[in-house]
Ligand binder design. Structure first.
Ligand code: NAD
Ligand code: MG
Length: 402
């Protein structure tokens, strides 16, 4: 039977990889719904190729352009618009929804997808970082399975026993003999750069990731290792893990995508090319395996696999994220919002590279407002908005000196 797929963030880096996986498996999947921010032309091409039934653009003007294009091409595809349109699309009936919008912008649609009861493949880690328990409570209430797409979390998922895979969000790691989750990260493009030169780093250079090809926000997060920090929080929620259950290891070659160490001394790892099509295919087809259009890994061509401890002086964002993850949900919301604002300012050339950590730290130091309820979406969104606004102001004042 063909499964109906919804792809949130269809024009992005993950979206593009997901389309390639779907192209490899046309008899198995039918792309029913897609959305994006404002890329009308790119979305039109997708609608045409996959005969998509329903699409949404966040940007209202771009949605009007898309509607006109779809109509003149004689295609049958309904076009929704705005945040409500994106959420309506995400909440419609699908077998599987890929949540691949970037940042907090993807939160409401990810929750709508869970409420629809679809299986949800989660790439949008920020949504989980912001909501944690609320995310899984929503999933449980609507019997929606969550499958990780982030490559490290897919690797951890694949290295865990089946009963843990079936209980994502509430697995009992200790009862299954898990000693530690080893979360690997490449260390980004500035792993060996002299520390005093980091102040000179420009956006164009930070956007050149040595191994992975990804969207701009996550590429900057990979350079600062904020990405690994967000993934630490993501792993805690996905695998119901304590902070002491997770060790972060730098692995520049990105061949080992993460590992699970068991109490008998065994370590299980998932290896592969640094290609997001593999974890996307794993989530889509679970528990089966499908072709993903990924070249096999040639071990004879691998020179070496190396592993290091991260240095917090080089990666202050990683430390801030680990601390926020241990402090609580409110701190995670602040961390994420301040980081999004700081990365945006850095990408626009308004602040320097080391300012990203400064902006995030300043915002975390303000603390979580009294009475903040981590189970309330309203409280989470209000705190996100506050932290984002204040972080943008901090970035502007740092920018004057930049
Ligand atoms: P990207 O910037 O390439 O793409 C983002 C997508 O989201 C685009 O299609 C964009 O149009 C859409 N979008 C943005 N704002 C929107 C809005 N308000 N409403 C509707 N659509 C909106 O980002 P990406 O690299 O594909 O990353 C997507 C998510 O996946 C992020 O959360 C990232 O952390 C995660 N992720 C990405 C990779 C990767 O290899 N790129 C790996 C692991 C996890
Ligand atoms: Mg990752």
């Amino acid at each position: 039977m063909t499964e109906r797929i919804c792809l949130l963030g269809a024009t992005g880096s993950i979206g593009t990889s997901a389309l390639q996986v779907l192209r490899c498996n046309p008899e198995r999947y039918r792309l029913a719904s897609v959305c994006a921010l404002r890329q009308a032309d790119k979305l039109f091409d997708i609608i045409k190729e996959f005969k998509v039934e329903q699409a949404a653009l966040f940007d209202v003007k771009a949605a009007a352009q898309l509607r006109a294009k779809v109509k003149s091409a004689g295609l049958k595809c309904g076009i929704l618009e705005g945040e409500s349109g994106v959420c309506q699309l995400a909440g419609a009936s699908h077998d599987f929804t890929i949540a691949a919008i970037v940042g907090a912008a993807g939160l409401k649609s990810a929750l709508a997808a869970l409420q629809s009861g679809a299986r949800v493949g989660l790439a949008n880690k920020e949504a989980l970082v912001m909501t944690g328990q609320l995310f899984f409570k929503t999933a449980q209430e609507h019997q929606a399975a969550v499958l990780p797409i982030d490559s490290e979390h897919s690797a951890i998922f694949q290295s865990l026993p089946e009963s843990c895979q079936r209980t994502v969000g509430r697995c009992a790691l200790k009862a299954h003999g898990v000693e530690k989750i080893l979360l690997t990260g490449s260390g980004g493009p500035f792993r060996t750069r002299p520390l005093e030169e980091l102040a000179l780093v420009q956006a164009e250079e930070a956007l050149q990731h040595p191994v992975w090809s990804m969207g701009p926000k996550i590429t900057i997060d990979s350079a600062t290792m904020m990405n690994k920090g967000l993934e630490f929080i993501e792993a805690r929620f996905l695998f119901n893990a304590g902070a002491e259950d997770i060790e972060i290891v730098i692995h520049p070659q990105s061949v080992v995508h993460s590992m699970v160490a068991y109490k008998d001394g065994a370590v299980l790892a998932q290896l592969g090319r640094p290609d997001m099509k593999t974890p996307i295919a794993r989530a889509l087809a679970y528990p089966e395996r499908i072709a993903a259009g990924v070249e096999p890994l040639d071990f004879t061509k691998l020179e070496q696999l190396t592993f290091f401890k991260p240095d917090f002086k080089r990666y202050p964002c990683l430390k801030l994220a680990i601390e926020a993850g241990c402090a609580g949900q409110g701190e995670c919301v602040i961390l994420n919002a301040a980081n999004e604002a700081a990365v945006e300012a850095f990408l626009k050339g308004r602040i320097g590279y080391p300012d990203i950590a400064r902006v995030v730290e300043t915002e975390l130091n303000r603390g979580v407002p009294p009475g903040f309820n981590p189970h309330s979406l309203e409280d989470i969104l209000a705190l996100d908005a506050r932290a984002r606004r204040q972080a943008a102001a901090t970035a502007a004042s740092l920018g004057e000196r930049h």
